[in-house]
Design a protein around this ligand. Structure first.
Ligand code: BEZ
Ligand code: FE
Length: 313
């Protein structure tokens, strides 16, 4: 079947009315974008001969996706978060604000308001049997390597099952989530546990579509960071641990070569004692360079809906 109606006056008039171009109210930017989106969807229906059955499957898929709260999970799976990062990188470059530690996607699992401590935080609640102790250390500096004191390093990661507290109600409040204020040398230290990678709910809408694309829905073991300091560009980033099956095959496209970090097993007791740890542990080091800016709008994380966030802090 090859039905071509897109160029007809009837369809073009329909699109004009759909976007509200024939009225004097509403929002011009929204109208223009909706017009373009609907034109592109109509065109896809024409080009791929989408049948009514296929169309209604897609409509009810979107219903289910929203119903089970997975829209912000499908987005990174379809490369949208990565694409926004590519655009932000390009904008930084154009403004002469590139450099420093690279950004990568936030993901949908941040929870605002984690406990804040100076220099050091214990992140895990000690309840996970058999978890590998992790000592995470790093320095926050400017691009010249000067330490940034009182930078806020907001860290969050999954447990050994790849699950995040708050979303996984079986974990204690703010488990594996902390804000650490850097010390006089720009240092932060966290004691926690080595996380496992996240996997999309196997029966969820995101995985359903990924299956049709022949793709898995897994992420490597990773640790998220927001780093904030007045006078510097806010940084949203993550480290992916080296050696994970998915380090270079992240369904959410967050891996960047500069953000792949070795997790080093330490068996030495003296080293362990220095961190107050008994027995072997795993060390992860992540140093962070921030880029100076006097633009206030670049010093805060961008706005999006986040768990327990009432205002950007
Ligand atoms: C995560 O950071 O764990 C995540 C990111 C994107 C989609 C799902 C999970
Ligand atoms: Fe994550």
């Amino acid at each position: 079947m090859s039905i071509k109606t897109m160029q007809s006056v009837e369809v073009q008039n329909l699109l004009q009315k759909v976007a509200g171009f024939n009225n004097g109210s509403g929002d011009e930017r929204v109208k223009t974008i909706v017009h373009r989106v609907m034109q592109d969807i109509f065109q896809i229906i024409e080009d791929f001969d989408i049948t009514p059955d296929e169309f209604w499957q897609a409509v009810y898929y979107i219903n289910e996706l929203g119903g089970n709260g997975e829209a912000a999970l499908l987005a990174p799976g379809l490369g949208m978060d990565k694409y926004l990062d590519i655009r932000l990188d390009a904008a930084d470059e154009q403004a002469g604000l590139d450099g420093g530690t690279p950004r990568t996607i936030e993901g949908p699992l941040y929870v605002a308001g984690a406990p804040k401590t100076e220099g050091f935080a214990r992140m895990d609640d000690g309840t996970e049997e058999g978890a590998e102790t992790m000592i995470l250390t790093g320095r926050v500096t400017d691009e010249e390597g000067q330490p940034l004191v009182n930078a806020v390093v907001d860290v969050w990661h999954a447990n050994t099952k790849g699950a995040y507290s708050y979303f996984d109600q079986s974990q204690s409040e703010y488990n594996l989530r902390r804000r650490i204020v850097t010390d006089e040398n720009g240092r932060y230290t966290a004691r926690s546990i080595i996380p496992a990678g996240y996997g999309c709910p196997p029966e969820g809408s995101t995985q359903q579509l990924l299956n049709l694309l022949g793709r898995h829905g897994n992420r490597p073991a990773h640790i998220h960071f927001f780093i904030a300091k007045t006078g510097y560009k806010h940084l949203t980033t993550q480290i992916n641990l080296a050696g994970d099956k998915y380090t270079y095959d992240d369904f959410a496209f967050a891996t960047r070569e500069e953000l792949v970090v070795d997790a080093v097993r330490v068996e030495d007791e003296v080293h362990a004692n220095a961190f107050g740890v008994e027995g072997p542990f795993t060390r992860v080091e992540f140093n962070i360079q921030l880029v100076a800016t006097n633009k206030p709008e670049l010093q805060n994380r961008h706005e999006r809906k986040r768990a327990l966030e009432t205002a950007v802090v």
